[in-house]
Write a protein that binds this ligand. Structure first.
Ligand code: ADP
Ligand code: MG
Length: 254
């Protein structure tokens, strides 16, 4: 179940490649020589203490943040892609945030159809059909006419996942997607993410849910102070962390 579709050493173009990426916020070196390759169908979980640069890393991949030097490639195309509008480029990189970020004054259905219609020029009927398929898949189709505030946090986050999927992204980024949820709603969102992973979606997931990391991740990337300190299979990372910083991080989890 955790085999990646591409297999190993196939020489296939990675879906995401970060090559010596550096970024500063003033004096803060928030991303330090980041090297990361994510292959098709791979699920990478990014762990690390608060402030280590995990969100910044995600935000550079969909160009919510620029970088100072280095290169980022999405499916072989270097960012920013020449001549390609940012909105289209971002369509390749779905992102789900901690704080759902749904359009508050649009229905659940419209939240999902907006991107395909506006960015991809899809006809409304086709976009509606796609949205209903995705809303059904994440289990909230019966909420389609409601506004986001009428849904629970877990339902809203599943809508956010459906909205991102509607753009047919090449990779999905999740930045602490369950951190703002009441405990009883965390599992329904994680279950949706596990299903996506099992269907072969390429995913980068920042989370504190170690159960998800153990179950769904092909690889754990551990960040500290803006650098990738350690990378390993989850079973190796959790049982045998190499660096003092990873040991310290895991020691603080209960
Ligand atoms: P994480 O997601 O791992 O908690 P972040 O990527 O959010 O870490 O932040 C990394 C560091 O960069 C933190 O020290 C944070 O305060 C700082 N930072 C994040 N965003 C900005 C910003 N827009 N301007 C200045 N500093 C920032
Ligand atoms: Mg963060």
């Amino acid at each position: 179940m955790k085999e990646t579709q591409s297999g190993s050493g196939s020489g296939e173009t990675p879906v995401v490649r970060m090559d010596k990426v550096n970024k500063h916020y003033g004096a803060l070196h928030v991303l330090q020589d980041i090297e990361l390759e994510v292959t098709r169908g791979e699920v990478v979980v990014v762990l690390g203490p608060s402030g280590s640069g995990k969100s910044t890393l995600c935000r550079t991949i969909n160009r919510l943040e620029t970088i100072d030097d280095g290169d980022i490639y999405i499916d072989g195309t270097r960012l920013p892609a020449e001549g390609k509008p940012l909105a289209q480029l971002r369509a390749d990189v779905g992102m789900v945030f901690q704080s759902f970020n749904l359009f508050a004054h649009k229905s659940i259905l419209e939240n999902v159809t907006l991107g395909p219609i506006k960015v991809k020029g899809m006809k409304k009927a086709e976009a509606d059909k796609l949205a209903m398929k995705l809303l059904t898949r994440v289990g909230v189709a019966n909420q389609k006419d409601k506004l986001p505030a009428q849904l629970s946090g877990g339902q809203q986050q599943r809508v956010a996942i459906a909205r991102a999927l509607a753009m047919k992204p090449k990779v999905m980024l999740f930045d602490e997607p369950t951190s703002a949820l009441d405990p009883e709603m965390i599992q329904e969102v994680l279950d949706t993410m596990v299903e996506l992973a099992e269907e072969g979606m390429t995913m980068i997931v920042v989370t504190h849910e170690m159960g998800f990391a153990r179950k769904a991740a092909h690889r754990v990337v551990f960040m500290s102070d803006g650098a990738i300190v350690e990378e390993a299979k989850p079973e190796d990372f959790f049982t045998n962390p190499q660096s003092d910083r990873a040991k310290d991080f895991l020691g603080k989890l209960i």
